[in-house]
Design a protein. Sequence first.
Length: 231
Amino acid sequence: MFFIKAKKFIKLMKDELLKKKPKKNHYSWVVDETKYLDLERVKKLRKFCQKAKELALKENKTVPARNWFMIELGLFTGLRVEEMVNLKSDDLHLEGKQSSLTVSKGKGNKTRTVYLSEAFKKECLFYLQWKKEITSKGEVVYLFTDRKGEQLTKRALQKAFKKCLQKAGLENHYSIHCLRHTYGSYLYKASNHNLRLVQGQLGHSSIRTTQVYANLMDEEVKEAVEGLYQK
């Protein structure tokens, strides 16, 4: 079974990342480098947004702090952009041992639970407290709002993401959806290649959608393929 899978995988490589028409049981695309951020870019983007947030807090500015949380939310939950703009404070469950958030208007109007890391939980608590302090009524509903307190649109969030990329010195071809692909890619590795776990976190209705993360063509995979039968 292992040798059969290895032969199929090598064939995919020879077809130049599935540029040729795939067979019936093969997937037509993979998560390539234009669809997710590598670790170097992740660090660069987070570092810029963190510094921008800290400066904004000193100068009583709101947009950089909001954009910082947008980036962190995307990288640590993999939410779709429409799920991000619809996220409310009541959707965050930060008490107890296991923190989570509820996506109530996911794709297909489905509801799911996304589990959070302890580090991101602390960022959520900080952001909620900050939002309460800058909100005139002290009540936070939507997590992403404009200067007037109105819910941001998907287009506005995408525009904000593009500005973050530009100011961080990163390529502008990435869309905000790359944060979701980045989360899925690194969660797949961190979970020891547990597709079911990634499927649940991302809210994929079919495991076949999640399967694309098993086809990541990075140095780790290349080394594994080159090392076949060498030891």
